[in-house]
Design a binder for this molecule. Structure first.
Ligand SMILES: O=P(O)(O)OC[C@H]1O[C@](O)(CO)[C@@H](O)[C@@H]1O
Length: 383
């Protein structure tokens, strides 16, 4: 029998999910309001959303949207009483409606999070991270691959340093930064044949290292093709869309040093089809990947490996549930149509696949803070 556990809701005061619904969402509304010179219509809609998201109930979406994603089961319920994953996702959809993103007016298609994404791309930290590529050039291909894999992993914390993994340091630590590390297994699946699907997470300082990793894998013949799955519309503040991929590639090709070479190779790979971008509607669904539609299942099932980046994708991959931390990652991902890897820094309560000793050491050192602090990460693979 496949394992099961209770779905995470946002209803428990003091819990992390509750704080996201009660505090983080109102703060995001405030930031979006500040970012653009919206008119009275948008301000009124944002006011209504602010009141609704903390004290109201789930309401129908325009044009009967989300019928296939369970909205009829939730209309009339408090935002805090439906699955947290569903409620958060619904918040971003409602926010886009409020600012006219899907409307017929002049604000159609304007990403309310674009200013913060661009600021990150333009930051000094991004300059420094790209400059690190010059130093990396003298390393072996394996060392470069390991560094870029870790860059992509820790980029999920927006704290990228192209860290060459220091195995010694990790053994010295009582609680390792990396709480599970299947990277050898991951490399063994990249044998040069087939397609890698990379299901991206954030734009800016996470997407840049994701792209660098893809450039390396293509250049060194570890994969034949890559498909980068991004969001069809802005989501969870910084999630990458096609426009963000374009911005990141333009940033790379204009950078000094080796970064531009990586950018140029990716640009060429886009032109000849070895790298493509996909923005499937289900990428913004409020549901776990276990519910993915048949066309996506077939597409992903044909890949040599699918890599899911980030915390939200991890929640959707294993199911946003109160798993016991030692629940088998292989069992909860058995439904996934093909080999799958998760690269994630830990930013929410969900966790699977830990061994007893690691869990005990984490709890001993930090109570339950390790689950949400973003200071730990994992690489988990189910071949
Ligand atoms: O960008 P990531 O790694 O997907 O993290 C986003 C995470 O932040 C949260 O929105 C909480 O703040 C989680 O719901 C989500 O899992």
């Amino acid at each position: 029998m496949s394992p099961s556990a209770a779905v995470i809701l946002g209803s428990a005061p003091e819990s992390f999910p509750y704080s996201v619904l009660a505090e983080r969402h109102p703060a995001i509304i405030g930031q979006v309001r500040e970012a653009f010179p919206y008119g009275p219509e948008q301000h009124r809609a944002l006011d209504a959303l602010l009141a609704g998201c903390t004290e109201g109930v789930i309401e129908p979406l325009p044009d009967g949207a989300w019928g296939e994603w369970g909205i009829d089961d939730h209309v009339g319920q408090s935002w805090f009483d439906v699955p947290w994953l569903w409620s958060e996702s619904y918040f971003y959809r409602r926010l886009l409606d409020a600012v006219g993103y899907f409307g017929d007016g002049p604000w159609r298609g304007i990403d309310p999070f674009r200013p913060s994404k661009l600021a990150e791309l333009d930051s000094q930290e991004t300059d420094q991270e790209l400059a690190a590529l010059d130093e990396l050039a003298s390393r072996t291909a394996e060392e470069q691959g390991a560094a870029l894999l870790h860059g992509s992993l820790w980029g999920n914390r927006a704290d990228l340093g192209f860290r060459l993994s220091d195995g010694e340091a990790e053994r010295r630590d009582a609680v390792p930064d990396l709480v599970a590390d299947d990277s050898d297994r991951l490399w063994s699946l990249l044998d040069g044949t087939g397609t890698l699907c990379l299901i991206a997470d954030n734009a800016g300082r996470e997407l840049i290292p994701d792209l660098l990793l893809l450039a390396h894998l293509l250049e060194h013949g570890r994969i034949e093709r890559a498909v980068l799955h991004v969001k069809p519309y802005p989501y969870y503040v910084s999630d990458a869309t096609t426009a963000d991929v374009v911005d990141a590639l333009r940033r790379l090709v204009r950078a000094p040093g080796r970064a531009a070479e990586y950018g140029r190779r990716l640009w060429d790979a886009m032109a000849d089809g070895r790298l493509s971008v996909r923005a499937h509607a289900f990428s913004c669904a409020p549901l776990p990947y276990a519910d993915m539609p048949d066309d996506l299942r077939a597409e992903i099932g044909g890949a040599a490996l699918t890599v899911l980046k980030g915390d939200l994708n991890y929640r959707r991959l294993v199911g946003d549930r109160w798993w016991a931390p030692t629940t088998s990652f292989a069992e909860v991902t058995a439904y996934f149509p093909g080999p799958v890897a998760a690269l994630r820094t830990l930013k929410s309560d969900v966790i699977t696949g830990l061994d007893d000793r690691t869990e005990a050491a984490l709890v001993e050192a930090e109570g339950q803070r390790w689950r949400t602090s973003g200071t730990h990460a994992l690489i988990q693979v189910r071949p």
